[in-house]
Design a protein. Structure first.
Length: 70
């Protein structure tokens, strides 16, 4: 089952860095969304990739990580 994980950050720069890290480790760009205005990164992932996504999002000190099942 796929889910969306959203990392909320204190700055658009932190969100951009998280976005770039996810792309750099191989997540498809069509599954990773950056909202600069809200300083959020949304990632569509499977259960298999969830741990890695949470780790990358967490490296950039989000104020919150939420999840929604698809």
């Amino acid at each position: 089952m796929a889910k969306t994980l959203t990392g909320k950050y204190g700055s658009s720069e932190a969100a951009r860095n998280a976005h770039e890290d996810l792309i750099d480790i191989g997540f498809p760009s069509e599954k990773v969304y950056l909202d600069r205005d809200k300083a959020e990164v949304k990632v569509i992932t499977s259960m298999d990739g969830e741990r890695e996504v949470r780790e990358v999002l967490g490296r950039h000190q989000p104020s919150e990580i939420t999840e929604h099942s698809l």
